[in-house]
Design a protein around this ligand. Structure first.
Ligand code: 9YT
Length: 126
């Protein structure tokens, strides 16, 4: 069994930072369980464009408020603690944080842990 706390991760190599977010990597590809799990902060007042064309991501909001918009149809879904979205069509999307949001993110295939978005909002398949 593997047991970790947020304080074990903060400030280590498993604490990855992007322009609008930071992510604490709890479970990574090296754990060999078929998915990864992150505790992610989305900064207040930011808009991010993401496209996980190589991954399926489930996102569960546990703190804060914002919205996610799917580019294909322009639909906007409000986000608040207790709301989950699943990008099951590798959906291109905008994520907007009205206040700082905290999200639990699960990826399949699992992240190696060092991924950050390229200019297309994509994570490489590592
Ligand atoms: C919700 C979202 O996609 N945030 C960007 C960071 C990513 N989820 C990650 O690497 O944890």
């Amino acid at each position: 069994m593997i047991v970790k706390s947020l304080e074990d991760i903060i400030g280590t190599d498993d604490h990855t930072k992007g322009e609008t977010w930071e992510s604490r990597r709890f479970i990574k590809k090296s754990d060999n369980v078929g998915f990864s799990l992150n505790d992610t902060i989305i900064k207040e007042g930011t808009e991010s464009y993401f496209w996980y064309k190589n991954h399926i991501e489930a996102v569960y909001c546990i703190e804060g408020e914002g919205e996610v918009e799917t580019l294909s149809d322009g639909k906007i879904y409000p986000l608040k603690p207790g709301t989950m979205y699943l990008l099951n069509d590798n959906d291109k999307h905008y994520l907007r944080a009205k206040t700082q949001m905290r999200m639990v993110c699960v990826f399949n295939p699992p992240l190696v842990g060092t991924e950050t978005h390229d200019e297309d909002g994509v994570y490489p398949l590592l």
